[in-house]
Ligand binder design. Structure first.
Ligand SMILES: Cc1cc2nc3c(=O)[nH]c(=O)nc-3n(C[C@H](O)[C@H](O)[C@H](O)COP(=O)(O)OP(=O)(O)OC[C@H]3O[C@@H](n4cnc5c(N)ncnc54)[C@H](O)[C@@H]3O)c2cc1C
Length: 234
């Protein structure tokens, strides 16, 4: 793999009745009526979204946990997926380095800062080649893939299916769209958000860096996009 460093991200599953489901959850909290009657009572999106926005902005997040979305992700590094799997309210199925033995040169991701430097890029490519040779030498000598993988780098490409509920999706976006997040995971999360917003445009204001929702930056090293917490007097 050389030069094609963009993650491949596809939204493969989401409920068709997302707004109606969340609306039903919200209204059930405040209504004498039973949930199924609430569900069948309206198709008025504007009305439903008005309530949903009010409920989310008051922090009543359990109502959006009913919505599960799934993404098929590939062409990302193990360094990137390692950061993703730190999110504890997500479910994952990842390409196994135990069961999938690399044959020949393994795929890898070149960080753009190295990609842009021809001299260092050449060294990087050369080193990936050396690792591949060693890996193949090990597996050909009968070392199982689960042990030979010890020499594979953080740059090794991976594939992962990731599922999460809408509450966690918003949390993930708020954290990982921040410029303090590493470029590759930031790119991948941006693509996840764009795929979801393409189908559910009402989610756009929520799938933003945390500073946009807070109105200030709470990071120690601010990028300067928003006033810091201290400047804001928070
Ligand atoms: C810019 C950036 C830099 C980072 N740098 C480092 C680093 O140097 N080293 C490092 O190890 N990690 C680092 N991380 C990872 C970070 O520490 C978190 O592990 C990761 O972002 C997951 O976030 P989370 O715990 O908020 O979210 P999730 O695991 O997605 O959980 C969501 C929320 O659920 C709640 N929750 C989940 N589990 C628990 C629990 N056990 N107890 C109480 N509440 C819980 C919390 O409110 C949490 O915010 C970094 C992350 C970012 C965004």
């Amino acid at each position: 793999m050389d030069g094609n460093n963009k993650p491949v991200v596809n939204l493969i599953s989401k409920p068709e009745n997302m707004i109606k489901t969340i609306y039903t959850a919200c209204r059930t909290c405040y209504s004498a009526d039973i949930p199924i009657n609430i569900y069948n009572s309206t198709d008025d999106e504007e009305k439903m979204l008005k309530l949903i926005e009010r409920v989310i902005s008051s922090g009543h997040y359990s109502t959006i946990e009913h919505i599960q979305v799934t993404f098929a992700i590939s062409n990302v590094s193990r360094a990137c997926t390692h950061q993703l799997v730190r999110h504890r309210h997500m479910s994952f199925s990842q390409k196994s380095q135990r069961y999938v033995k690399e044959k020949g040169q393994f795929d890898f991701i070149i960080p753009p800062t190295i990609e842009r430097n021809p001299e260092l890029k050449e060294k990087f490519l050369d080193f990936m080649g050396q690792i591949s040779k060693l890996y193949c030498e090990f597996t050909e000598a009968g070392i199982p893939a689960e042990d030979a993988r010890a020499v594979l780098p953080n740059a090794a490409a991976s594939s992962i299916v990731a599922s999460l509920n809408l509450r966690e999706m918003i949390h993930l976006a708020n954290l990982r769209l921040c410029t303090r997040a590493q470029y590759e995971i930031r790119t991948m999360i941006k693509m996840m958000c764009e795929a979801l917003v393409a189908e559910e445009p009402w989610l756009k204001p929520y799938l933003v860096p945390k500073c946009e929702r807070l109105g200030y930056c709470d990071e120690d090293k601010s990028c300067g996009r928003m006033p810091t917490r201290e400047k804001q007097g928070v």
